[in-house]
Design a protein around this ligand. Structure first.
Ligand code: ADP
Ligand code: ASP
Ligand code: MG
Length: 816
């Protein structure tokens, strides 16, 4: 059997009810009778709520009550045979009289409790289900009106009551068993508590009623009939290009609806998921549309994400306090307090510095949340361990959702690019712990533009074919080819991007094919059939083949290819490189590359020059193009040095930690190549230049970590001996730091055009205090991110992530 739920618009007028009755007639022929769940007529729940609220303020309710009557009577008069109208009109009139009494009570007392409100709202569903059951009775014998408040049992949290599932299941099963010959027309949304008081399941809750019935009766499907073609890639009222989805998973539907896709109420997914019953979203006004299926598994959709949703009005509360926030127990206290007071926290982001918590709530809850915090943390506020809570209004959340998102490179880059290019300022970011969504908080008035821009970025068919010429077949080159090979089908089918590798060369051999070289056995082909390598010739051939969307990919660390970049740009070929030498040699060269690429309208991407696959270069770029100004950058950009200082604590000697780093494969053969900071310096130089300073390498001041004796050592074993001899020096540094409750960090900093890399001691309030493994981290303090910096942190080395960064750069070529 099936459960079918019809939303407000499906019972909104005589015409829609007629359409609904057709579906009802057809479906109730089934051997096992379906159950029909109905919402109130569209707009009626709002009207009831508004009337009650106004009555509590002393306003008359008679006009609104009359409107309510007319909406229902009108439908009855149009749809019920004239001789049979009276009994129904009388029953409805009884409801309206009861409502009148309730409104009068509210008006007299000037008080509207959540309990009374629920009781008043329940009439919307009672009227519509009663009315439709009687209309149905004319053509469907056995149509029976069911007030679900006697079957769905909840606790007494009025407004959004919690269902007592076991009891509800039993009651529904028993009732269905007793009425197998009937066609049940059930009220959605309403329930009752232990004492029989009417409760409601939260706005939009009729969907949930349907799922409760579906789960209790082990339905084969739960159909949600509404006014649009299923679940769409975005709210079609805001995004005109939104299109219907064939199928989504329970998780995706949950995330999309949680972040505002009103088409289905989030809790609906739970009973369905537990029983693995598919939910099908159908369109009453286009019944032949097959519907969106929500189930445990979804077919690949052809796009990297499933949809974009949004909550158009939220408020954000910031809590700051170095003595309090971030300490164990604080968040627990804060969020249990809010939960206890039924304040729904939509989203939380904790800054990396760990002494700020930002969370989003509905605007109506914000003042109450602030007051509660002031009460609960009065002592901490007095002691200045916590600063006064700060509310920001007129914000919105935009969330990009999809279960396959995490396997697709470049998703957040695409999102921020679309927002940045359109001048939408991102106030905060929360990557869902589920990895099924990335949500950003933006200004509410930018929402429509943002939704459309992001929708375009993710769903507009690009249909582009890139022709890549790749130099270098070391670790990164190999990994890139492997990733491209594994992902090419998906890239083509889902992203409509085809990457053809038209040329490959290493220092020994080179090979070409305008149709694309095989990525499965490229290595064998190159070795066996390749011509002798010649870099001049490689470039000539690349230019000569004159292929569209041509990209030169430099996966080497050699100075040789760099000499050809300018030629590439001048031939309208984009360059993607992980080779740091191009941007960290003379400034004039750096400038020339950038200017030439812009002049020729081609791309020059080098995300992996800093922090491998981490979005550092692109974040900086997006900040700059959206008109922000970088005041200060602080960073740890050497994975090796990061690893060493993260482990230099407790009893470990510096000598032992360096040795360990080398044994774990984190260092160059001579660890001094890392410890001298040259590589770190190159990255700082590139970032300085990208933030607008025409610097040379010599402008960057590097404070040596190593004493002279270690630098002077002739061989690596000599170096280790010298390092051991300096144990006392390093121990003294470590102990001093520990005494002051600090840690040692080798930090690069750019401020006011001055760049310094130095060994520093930082305390627990510093964003770099908590670091692990060989992570890279960078904190941008800008005109917009001035209270707390924007931080990017994560693994900043390794072939997989670097190749993924090159991959993302490559497929982004020509994206704008
Ligand atoms: P019902 O009254 O049938 O329960 P709702 O108004 O609750 O209908 O939900 C349907 C509406 O949800 C649509 O009219 C549409 O404007 C809105 N909506 C928001 N996001 C989406 C989305 N991603 N897909 C489809 N509809 C959406
Ligand atoms: N009528 C209720 C509301 O408007 C429940 C629903 O439509 O699902 O919220
Ligand atoms: Mg709804």
């Amino acid at each position: 059997m099936k459960v079918l739920k019809f939303g407000g618009t499906s019972v909104g007028s005589a015409e829609s009810i007629n359409t609904l009755i057709d579906i009802l007639k057809r479906e109730s022929q089934a051997e096992q009778k379906p159950v029909f769940v109905l919402s109130a007529m569209s707009g009626i729940t709002n009207l009831l709520a508004e009337t009650a609220e106004q009555a509590a303020l002393g306003e008359s309710f008679t006009g609104r009550l009359a409107d309510l009557e007319i909406r229902h009577f009108d439908a009855v008069k149009k749809l019920v045979d004239i001789h049979n109208q009276n009994p129904l009109l009388t029953r409805l009139k009884i409801y309206f009289n009861e409502l009148e009494d309730l409104f009068q009570g509210v008006l007299t007392l000037r008080e509207l409790t959540p309990k009374t409100r629920d009781l008043i709202l329940s009439y919307g569903e009672k009227c519509s289900a009663l009315m439709v059951s009687r209309i149905a009775l004319q053509s469907v014998p056995g149509a029976l009106f069911v007030d679900a408040s006697t079957l769905v049992k909840t606790d007494s949290s009025f407004g959004q009551a919690k269902v007592i599932t076991q009891l509800t299941d039993l009651l529904i099963q028993e009732f269905y068993r007793e009425n197998t010959d009937k066609t049940l027309i059930v009220t959605g949304f309403i329930a009752s508590d232990d004492a029989g008081n009417i409760t409601t399941l939260g706005r939009g809750g009729s969907d949930y009623t349907a799922a409760l019935f579906g789960a209790a009766l082990n339905a084969e499907a739960i159909e949600i009939w509404t006014d649009v073609n299923g679940m769409m890639t975005a709210d079609p009222r805001i995004v005109k290009k939104a299109f219907s989805l064939t199928d989504v998973t329970y998780t995706e539907a949950m995330e999309l609806s949680y972040f505002g896709a009103k088409v289905i109420y989030p809790p609906t997914m739970i009973p369905a998921f537990l029983k693995q019953i598919p939910i099908v979203i159908k369109n009453t006004f286009e019944p032949e549309f097959e519907g969106t299926v929500i189930s445990g598994k979804a077919q690949p959709s052809g796009h990297p994400i499933k949809g974009i949703s949004s909550i158009n009005q939220i408020s954000v509360i910031n809590l700051t306090g170095s003595g309090m926030v971030g300490k164990a127990g604080f968040s627990g206290r804060l969020f249990s307090l809010l939960a206890r007071e039924q304040i729904n926290v939509i989203l939380i982001t904790q800054s990396s510095s760990e002494h700020t918590i930002t969370f989003a709530v509905h605007p109506a809850d914000a003042p109450k949340a602030k007051a509660l915090i002031e009460q609960e943390f009065e002592l901490e506020l007095l002691a200045k361990k916590l600063e006064a809570a700060h509310i920001e209004d007129d914000l919105a959340v935009l969330a990009v959702v999809g279960e396959n998102m995490k396997q697709t490179p470049g998703m957040s880059g695409k999102l921020f690019h679309a927002l940045g290019r359109n001048g939408v300022n991102v106030r905060a970011i929360a990557q869902g712990s589920s990895e099924y969504n990335i949500s950003v908080i933006i200004s509410a008035n930018a929402l429509s533009k943002a939704l459309n821009a992001v929708h375009d970025a993710f769903f507009t068919e690009l249909n582009k074919t890139l022709h890549a010429f790749c130099l270098g077949t070391g670790n990164i080159g190999k990994t890139l080819f492997k990733q491209l090979y594994n992902h090419s089908k998906q890239l083509r089918e889902k992203n409509k991007i085809q990457v053809k590798i038209a040329g490959i060369s290493n220092s020994r051999k080179m090979t070409f094919n305008a149709e694309g070289l095989s990525l499965q056995n490229w290595e064998q082909n190159l070795n066996e059939k390749g011509e002798a390598a010649n870099i001049d010739e490689f470039f000539d051939r690349m230019v000569g083949m004159n292929l569209p969307n041509c990209v030169f990919v430099d996966n080497t660390a050699s100075p040789l290819p760099v000499a050809f970049y300018e030629r590439a740009f001048k031939a309208n070929i984009s360059v993607v490189t992980c080779n740091k030498l191009a941007n960290s040699s003379g400034y004039a060269q750096y400038r020339n590359f950038k200017d030439t690429a812009i002049q020729r309208g081609v791309d020059f991407f080098y995300e992996t020059n800093v922090g491998a696959g981490l979005p550092i270069i692109s974040t900086l770029k997006n900040l700059m193009v959206s008109g922000d100004h970088v005041q200060r950058m602080e960073a740890i950009l050497s994975g090796t040095i990061s690893f060493i200082f993260n482990n230099f604590k407790g009893d470990a000697s510096f000598h032992d930690v360096v040795k360990m780093a080398q044994e774990a494969g984190y260092t160059e053969p001579d660890p001094r190549d890392d410890l001298r900071g040259t590589d770190f310096m190159r990255k700082v130089l590139i970032l300085s230049r990208d933030s607008g300073y025409p610097m040379e390498a010599s402008d960057i001041q590097i404070e040596n970590i190593l004493p002279q004796s270690c630098l002077d050592a002739q061989t690596v074993p000599d170096f280790y001996a010298a390092l051991k001899a300096e144990d006392a020096y390093f121990n003294e540094l470590k102990e001093r730091a520990e005494r002051e409750k600090k840690v040692l960090r080798y930090i690069g900093k750019l401020e006011n055009g001055k760049a310094v890399i130095s060994l520093q001691m930082v305390n627990e309030n510093h964003p770099f205090y908590m670091m692990s493994g060989a992570d890279n981290i960078i904190a941008f303090t800008t005109d917009r991110y001035y209270e707390r910096p924007m931080v990017v942190k994560g693994p900043g080395a390794g072939a997989e992530v670097t190749a993924a960064g090159v991959f993302a750069d490559l497929i982004n070529v020509g994206a704008n």
